[in-house]
Design a protein around this ligand. Structure first.
Ligand code: DQA
Length: 147
């Protein structure tokens, strides 16, 4: 059995659909889960799709991914800009990491222009709304195939 792609989402992304829709769109996280599942399955992969508002829980899942996943897609949300601990966990994960964002943080407030996660990411997809997740899953599947 081939290993799944872990698709992890950080704080406040459980509120997608209601949360600042002019920035993050109208699709819910459940809508995005379905899109990711379809995109992964087109590449013959399954996904493990999880969201947490808690830094430690995200770190536990990243450590789990080290053994269980073929690649990690992560939207760290606000933690991307603050969490050295998530960066440290990702540096140990040993599989391709794709960072994704619905919005384009580089075109927003100055404090969003830097993410710690980027230091451990093979690549970053941002600014395409829900499609950022789909593109990230496709990239992850491609990198996992090459590995
Ligand atoms: C986000 C961008 C972050 O700056 C923000 O804190 C989020 C969502 C995005 O998907 O565009 O919560 O990661």
């Amino acid at each position: 059995m081939s290993k799944p792609i872990y698709v992890l989402s950080g704080p406040n992304l459980n509120l997608l659909g209601a949360r600042e829709p002019e920035i993050y769109g109208h699709q819910t996280l459940e809508d995005i889960r379905r899109l990711c599942e379809a995109r992964a399955s087109a590449s013959g992969r399954e996904i493990v799709f999880r969201q947490s508002n808690h830094e430690g829980e995200l770190i536990d899942w990243i450590q789990e991914a080290r053994l269980q996943a073929c690649a990690v897609v992560i939207n760290p949300a606000g933690y991307g800009h603050t969490s050295v601990a998530i960066l440290d966990a990702l540096k140990m994960v040993g599989v391709p990491v794709i960072e994704c964002h619905l919005s384009n943080p580089a075109a927003r407030e100055a404090f969003r222009r830097q993410t710690y996660v980027s230091l451990a990411a093979t690549g970053v997809v941002s600014g395409f709304g829900a499609a950022s997740y789909e593109l990230a899953v496709e990239a992850a599947a491609g990198l996992a195939r090459q590995a």
